[in-house]
Design a protein around this ligand. Structure first.
Ligand code: CTP
Length: 439
């Protein structure tokens, strides 16, 4: 494959050297296009020696080959790692003020960006908006990892490891070529019209997906929450919509980039109900589930909530320790849905994010949970150590209600979503088998 590796100016540029080596070892031709600031971190001789190709940020070199147009046009993949806040801003604005941004404007191949910056920059509304713009245009922006940044500080903003970037980038290319092949099969022009997805095997079906993480108020300004971004749930909702389903997404506190994905082209839910607490999520899911063929509980639901949440902010009393917060148990929404079966023949799907511990592996815990919850399917995935939450890729094992493994899937969360639907669809009863249900 012909890859353009764009590098913008951050300390993490050193990791792009390892990414370059990895891509070369996999047999790809790689042309490095650094920005001027990237060259202050890692010089052209390093890029040139490792890639075997010239490395410049200049548009006015080698002009007879028109590199600012030719590089983008000739690439099968453009990866930008690290992508700084400035590079994201320039790309979102459509600037063409150096060789890398010109290349981004001429590329018609998949473009993957791996941002790296301080947490404050990543979370700034300007950067959030730029990332949403790029994603809406089809650029695959990888979530930064959380961890140690340049100084002693930590938080989201770290460049993912080179092998993870390579894995995601190559999966994005595969995904794009599958979509192009399917579009060609369907007689559509590649790159135009609706994304040709899988067969419309959920056409006419009603699907409810919960996504995100619930928050339980401690007082008007504080809450107990969790790290779920909602990405996997939103990908499931989008995949179901792309397969023809009528989808209600119950969205609990999605991260801003995932909320932007809900509106991005290529499978948009019909209805989005925003909720905050477990009680709200339970009401929204149950009311939509009454008419649904499938309910997928992908949300991370708080097991406990504070017993009392005062209307006024809890004040610190100097010299007195903190008041303990008494918790009470929340209803188990998934177990209730599995028990109540709000519609005959309804397929109920749960998720289990597990870490594994002294009592058992991730899969042991998942199998036990499947038996306990009574859902038809449970999608088990490992979380922690940079896996699961707020990362783009996922490895899952799907078990049935008896705890037996029925499928495994790995890849981008969109691919995992399709793999989950592949397992669910055959379990959805044909319309005429659902007793007492008017269509
Ligand atoms: N779930 C739910 N209601 C709850 C807790 C969880 O509906 N109060 C659902 C989640 O949406 C998910 C599945 O149950 O589909 C598993 O969630 P998880 O938090 O892993 O399950 P718990 O029963 O809370 O188990 P653990 O003891 O591991 O926290």
């Amino acid at each position: 494959m012909r890859i353009v590796l764009g590098v913008s100016g951050g300390v993490a540029a050193y990791k792009a050297v390892l990414l370059l080596r990895l891509l070369r070892e996999q047999g790809h031709r790689v042309r490095v296009v650094p920005t001027a600031s990237a060259l202050r971190f890692v010089g052209a001789p390093t890029w040139e020696a490792l890639s075997g190709e010239p490395a410049t940020d200049q548009v006015f070199e080698d002009v007879e080959h028109v590199p600012h147009v030719a590089l983008g046009q000739g690439a099968d993949l453009v990866v930008v790692a690290p992508a700084t806040a400035d590079l994201l801003a320039r790309a979102a604005a459509g600037r063409a003020d150096d060789l890398l941004t010109s290349t981004l404007l001429t590329a018609r191949c998949p473009v993957v960006m791996a941002p790296a910056m301080h947490t404050e920059m990543w979370e700034h509304p300007a950067t959030v908006a730029n990332v949403a713009t790029l994603r809406a245009r089809g650029v695959h922006v990888i979530e930064p990892a959380s961890g140690r940044l340049t100084g002693a500080d930590t938080g989201p903003g770290r460049l993912p490891e080179p092998d993870e970037i390579a894995r995601v980038a190559l999966a994005v290319v595969e995904d794009a070529s599958r979509a192009t092949a399917a579009a060609a099969d369907a007689g559509a022009e590649p790159g135009h019209g609706p994304r040709s997805g899988p067969a419309q095997d959920l056409a006419g079906r009603r699907v409810v997906v919960s996504a995100g993480g619930t928050r339980e108020p401690i007082d008007p300004v504080r809450f107990i929450g969790n790290r779920s971004s909602g990405r996997q749930g939103v990908e499931l909702a989008r995949a179901a919509a792309a397969r023809g389903a009528h989808v209600t997404l119950v969205a609990a506190n999605l991260s801003p980039d995932v909320a932007a994905l809900v509106r991005a082209p290529g499978g948009v839910p019909d209805a989005v109900v925003e909720v905050e607490t477990t009680a709200q999520l339970r009401d929204a899911v149950r009311s939509a589930a009454a008419g649904a063929d499938v309910v997928v509980m992908a949300a991370a639901v708080a097991d406990f909530r504070p017993a009392h949440a005062p209307d006024a902010k809890i004040k610190k009393v100097p010299g007195q320790g903190p008041e303990p917060i008494a918790l009470v148990e929340n209803p188990d929404v998934l177990a209730e849905l599995a028990r109540d079966r709000l519609r005959p023949g309804q397929v109920v799907v749960g998720f289990a994010a597990e870490t594994g511990d002294a009592h058992g592996s991730v899969l042991d815990h998942g199998r036990a949970k499947a038996r306990r919850k009574g859902a038809d399917l449970l999608v088990v995935n490992a979380v922690g150590e940079g896996r699961g939450f707020a990362v783009d890729a996922n490895d899952v094992t799907v078990v049935d209600g008896a705890g037996d493994v029925v499928a495994t899937a790995s890849g981008l969360k969109g691919e995992v979503a399709d793999a989950v639907w592949d397992v669910v669809v055959p379990r959805v009863a044909p319309s005429d088998e659902r007793a007492g249900v008017g269509e």
